[in-house]
Design a protein around this ligand. Sequence first.
Ligand SMILES: *Cc1c(COP(=O)(O)O)cnc(C)c1O
Length: 406
Amino acid sequence: METNTQSFSSWNDQILSELLSARERERFRKIPNIEYRRGARLAIDGREVISFCGNDYLGLSQHEEVKRTFQEAAKQHGVGSGAARLIMGSSSIHQALETKLAEIKNKEKSVLYSTGYLANVGVLSALAGRDDVIVMDKLCHASIIDGARLSGATVRVFPHLNYSTCEAILKNTSRFRRRLLVSETVFSMDGDVANLEELIRLKQQYDCLFVVDDAHGLGVLGPKGMGAAADKNIAEKVDAVVGTLSKGLGCIGGFVAGSEAIVEYLVNFSRPFIFATSLPPAVCQAALAALEVLEKDEPLRNRLWANVHRSAGILETLGVGANVLTPIIPIILGSEKAALEASQGLYEKGVLISAIRPPTVPANTSRLRLTLSALHTDADFLTLESALSCLPEIKAKEKIGENFVK
Ligand SMILES: *Cc1c(COP(=O)(O)O)cnc(C)c1O
């Protein structure tokens, strides 16, 4: 018998054709070649630009005290942790950080993950299963979506911040064993903020396990910058708070804070916790130092907010009225092409603001995602203003007076 090889196209051709199609749809992505980073400035392909697209809101990744702590801890404890936590990759530093994170989040306990991404995947895939339903905001982060999928639970999505639809969905979930209600505090691509009081009301009325992702809240919102859900009155009604050490704290890693039972459950059943090598102890020590800076250095947090308000003022002047609630400010341009061209235009003027495109955001909402940091200086804002005012996309909108900041 003759084998028919023609009906099989090679896997390599399939991959190449998908890449080509991504290019044709302006969705091809490339890792930028970054040579150094100093303050909010960095060099890409030999050109120095000011970054307005990082998540290092307080500049703690470059803070002298945090760096010194990291170096000293690495000298003492080495680089890698050697294994997963349950084997031999734990230390008193991991435990001290978990105690501290639980304390700032007003929860009984917390558990570390290697990244925030893994924390979301880990908490949802452990706490939900085939007999359960996960009800979540449409704009939740990819790591929440991936965790929900991996859990095998039924997933129901409500339109962004639309809590009446959320309630309508919850009304029809009595056949499930367990209901998980999931939202971010600060939404990573829109910079707007969930109504936690309303979500808590729904959680209580429909007896849900309530999970919030506070990745962009830590360092930015709440008492002493400890996060949007850190206030005691809110914290006691949130069952699991997911956080990251990688953004406002300028380090790397993620965590989940919750009751003793939830944290013990994760330690026993959450595969991304069990099967990944733990964070380096030096990273945990650096995160502790970053938390201390955050707690004590109120002027640093004030500088971040002064910079947020300053950029809001610049956008206002340019006719791009903005409802600015957080250091994340989206400038919606629509098509992938428009966002890419605007980003390229800014880059040529020395400003780095990346274009955010589908699948990260919904179709036709491609945007510039402007983020602020305490590291930005007066000179940086002058450059930002002049670069933005040169953009044809901004000029066009200015003329018709359209408000295109969400
Ligand atoms: C960045 C982010 C994460 C993932 O955190 P990492 O520490 O970067 O892996 C999770 N949730 C949200 C909302 C995020 O923006």
